[in-house]
Design a protein around this ligand. Structure first.
Ligand code: PLP
Length: 371
């Protein structure tokens, strides 16, 4: 099998699996008031500190959630409701993951005004942000760092700096699911108040993610109960997931530069091998994550090509896994592709565990299909 769908999810590392297994066996509830519970709490807090360090944050700034979808929901709905007396306008991009775009729809139905900033060609339209902010009514923004379908890296820091200058009351959220442990990610570095990350995109387990909160920022919980996670996210903590997340985060953080060099080479192998091929073209934003290739294969509907590659043991995706049931990708349309171009676009997404041989095998098999 050649697995090139790492933006959808990654293979958990050995360190992650060991950490999850160890914690599953210890199993006590970290909120229990007995020695086993206190020990579980100690381990959980140590793991929280480990993950926080990879974000240049302190442990108390990390709120664990069950997914980045939940973290995004919490950031948008929790922050908008906390700020609703100050204004009604929320800014997102027109290329957000459904975790953000659907939360924004919910806010619209609750009476907020949502403005979607164009990302045509793969760049944030800063002048559109400036004109929205001139109203002074913006209370919240949610601008993703790296796009999960095109790999576009948006200049979120410039956008957030602009928003903060024109609307100092606004809270800035950033979905860093596709940039965490690939680029340096921190609240300070992105001029953000909230950041979402997800463990299963970085060789950690599924079912664990986090919202990072700037100190002093107040949002409202969207899940109510026993008051865990500083009352912001009730529910017994997923201690095994958190242990696996911490192990994966440590490995990813220590090897960030090395991993980047690996995937840059993989990307170059595939792009170079199709340089002269008239049937293949690449969707290239001005700055693109080396972990993602977005390519058009003319004459082949992506669903059909996906199946043909899958039959040959190669797994890629059309758009994102989360939106692949939808007919057309709104993200590729927002990028500026025609329906026909979007229909023949496939996404290859790497992990540092992929190899040059896998890339050569992929190009050979794709050439067999399209020849
Ligand atoms: N945001 C982005 C940019 C994503 O790519 C994804 C998953 O693909 C998510 C959010 C949702 O993450 P999770 O699977 O942890 O809910």
């Amino acid at each position: 099998m050649i697995y090139f769908d790492n933006s959808a999810t990654t293979c958990p590392s050995k360190g992650c699996i060991d950490a999850v297994t160890g914690e599953l066996l210890l199993f006590a509830n970290p909120s229990s008031v007995h020695t086993a519970g206190w020990e579980a709490r100690k381990r959980l807090e140590a793991n929280r500190a480990v993950i926080a360090k990879t974000l240049s944050a302190s442990a108390d700034q990390l709120i664990f959630t069950a997914s980045a979808t939940e973290a995004d929901n919490m950031a948008l709905i929790g922050a908008a409701n906390a700020k609703k007396r100050r204004g009604k306008t929320v800014i997102i991009t027109d290329s957000e993951h459904p975790a953000v775009s659907q939360s924004a729809l919910k806010l619209e139905s609750d009476g907020f005004k949502v403005v979607r900033i164009p990302t045509k060609g793969g760049a944030l339209d800063l002048s559109a942000i400036e004109s929205v902010c001139s109203s002074g009514d913006v209370i919240l923004s949610s601008l993703m760092h790296v796009n999960n379908e095109t790999g576009a890296v948006y200049d979120v820091k410039a956008a957030n700096t602009l928003i903060k200058r024109l609307c100092p009351e606004a809270l800035c959220h950033c979905d860093c699911v596709q940039s965490y442990l690939k680029y340096p990610v921190s609240l300070q570095g992105l001029c953000a108040d909230m950041i979402s990350i997800s463990a299963h995109k970085v060789c950690g387990p599924k079912g664990i993610a986090a919202l990072v909160l700037k100190k002093g920022v107040r949002i409202l919980p969207i899940i109510h109960g026993g008051g865990q996670e500083s009352t912001l996210r009730s529910g017994t903590e997923n201690s095994p997931g958190i242990a696996g997340f911490a192990a994966a985060a440590t490995e990813g953080f220590e090897n960030m530069e090395k991993n980047k060099a690996i995937v840059l080479n993989l990307k170059a192998i595939i792009e170079d091998s199709f340089k002269e091929n008239k049937l293949i073209s690449f969707n290239r934003p001005p700055v693109q994550s080396p972990w993602i290739i977005s390519m058009q294969v003319k004459g082949f509907k992506s669903e059909v090509l996906l199946r043909m590659l899958s039959d040959k043991g190669i797994f890629v995706s059309a758009g994102s896994a989360c939106s692949s049931k939808n007919k057309k990708s709104p993200i590729l349309k927002a990028f500026g592709l025609s329906d026909a171009e979007a229909d023949c676009t496939v996404r290859i997404s790497f992990s540092h565990t992929n190899t040059a041989d896998e890339c050569r095998e992929f190009t050979r098999k794709l050439n067999e299909i399209i020849k």
